[in-house]
Each structure stands twice: as structure tokens, then as C-alpha cells.
Design a protein around this ligand. Structure first.
Ligand SMILES: O=C(O)CCC(=O)C(=O)O
Ligand SMILES: [Fe+2]
Length: 196
């Protein structure tokens, strides 16, 4: 795992983001995909931003994916294993980079065909506790033309990340980014490492 950590950290320090393809074993990837689909079938997902009913119309123009927050107390074996791995990475970041991460939170996301998330940063206007953003792509198969690419905007450079199964992206939460319209059902697990 050490090399994977170093690839991610180097990327973060040099350009604001890092990406690796083998953070999850194929068994873990399949387990998390099945868990996501089970929660989705059980109607546990809701429109992202629905907590804020007055702004819902506005929010839907910015993002129209559906999300489900991972609850550690209800996590299944795959989710527990996943959270443990994130915990180990957090410890590594705190030990080697004095990152000062105190907690993390993760949500599954489903982008149905035609869904997107316009350019944004992951820190709220009145709350910049989110330090690092992490996305894992869980879709079973992805090919060019399927859309849903992640664009990362650092300085004058725009980087396109293809959401291929198993890929993980790690970036500073103040880095502007965007999810292009997906032409297929796009599955992911997204989280934030927080300073509080
Ligand atoms: O799914 C992605 O590629 C990024 C998602 C995202 O930006 C977010 O949920 O804040
Ligand atoms: Fe984001």
C-alpha cells in the first residue's frame, strides 16, 4: 500500500490531485458495487441536496445525482473493510504529512443517464473543514462515449479523468472540478477527509 500512498501524495503536492487504479481488489470492487446496488434497490438513496428544499430547483441545475451516506454502524463486511482502509490512509497522511485529519465521511452516488455535477469545489462557503476529496468509480464497465468524466481544474490545466471501474481519485477539496453528463448509469463512492 505504501507505493500507492506515495503516488497519491506526490500527485496531490505537485498538481493538486493523484489517481490510482488498484486501491481496491477486484473482490472489494465487486462487493462495494453490489452493496451500492442493494441500497439503491432498497430505496435508501435520495436526490443530492434534497435536505435544502427551498433551493432544490436551483440545486438540480447544478447536480442531479442520487446519494446515500455510508453509515459505519450499519456497514456490511465490504463497507467495514473499505472504511478500515481509508482509516489506515488517514493515519498515514497524519503521520507523514501532518495532515491534521480528524474524521471522514463517505457517500455512494448514482448518476442516472443524463446526470451531471457542474463545476464546483467541495468546501462550503461557511465551512472549509473538508481537506481532501476521494472518489472511487464502481460502474461495472466504462468506455469512451459513456460520458461522466471528471474534469479537474488546476491553474490553467484541465485534466480529464475517465471513470473506469476501480479507479480512485484523490484531490484537494478546494480544487474546482466537474462531472460531465453521463450517458450510462454511473456508480461511485465519494468521500471527504475533514479537519474536524
Ligand atoms: O464523481 C465524481 O467524479 C465527483 C463527484 C463530486 O464532485 C462530488 O460528489 O462532490
Ligand atoms: Fe465535488
Amino acid at each position: 500500500m505504501f507505493e500507492t500512498y506515495e503516488t497519491l501524495i506526490e500527485g496531490l503536492l505537485e498538481k493538486g490531485f493523484g489517481s490510482v487504479d488498484h486501491w481496491l481488489s477486484s473482490e472489494e470492487l465487486v462487493g462495494l458495487r453490489k452493496s451500492l446496488l442493494l441500497h439503491y434497490d432498497n430505496d435508501l438513496f435520495h436526490s443530492a441536496g434534497i435536505g435544502n428544499k427551498e433551493n432544490l430547483q436551483m440545486i438540480k441545475k447544478i447536480r442531479n445525482d442520487h446519494i446515500y451516506w455510508l453509515d459505519a454502524s450499519k456497514a456490511n463486511v465490504y463497507e467495514k473493510q473499505f472504511l478500515q482502509k481509508i482509516n489506515d490512509f488517514t493515519d498515514h497522511l497524519n503521520r507523514t504529512c501532518f495532515a491534521g485529519i480528524h474524521s471522514f465521511e463517505f457517500q455512494y452516488a448514482v448518476y442516472e443517464q443524463g446526470s451531471f455535477y457542474k463545476k464546483h469545489i467541495d468546501q462550503f462557503q461557511n465551512d472549509d473543514k473538508r481537506q481532501f476529496s476521494i472518489v472511487f468509480y464502481l460502474t461495472e464497465a466504462w468506455q469512451p462515449g459513456d460520458g461522466g468524466e471528471l474534469l479537474l481544474f488546476s491553474d490553467d490545466v484541465v485534466t480529464t479523468i475517465q471513470p473506469v471501474p476501480g479507479r480512485m481519485v484523490f484531490f484537494r477539496s478546494d480544487l474546482p472540478h466537474e462531472v460531465l453528463t453521463s450517458n450510462i448509469q454511473r456508480l461511485s463512492l465519494t468521500g471527504w477527509m475533514k479537519s474536524i
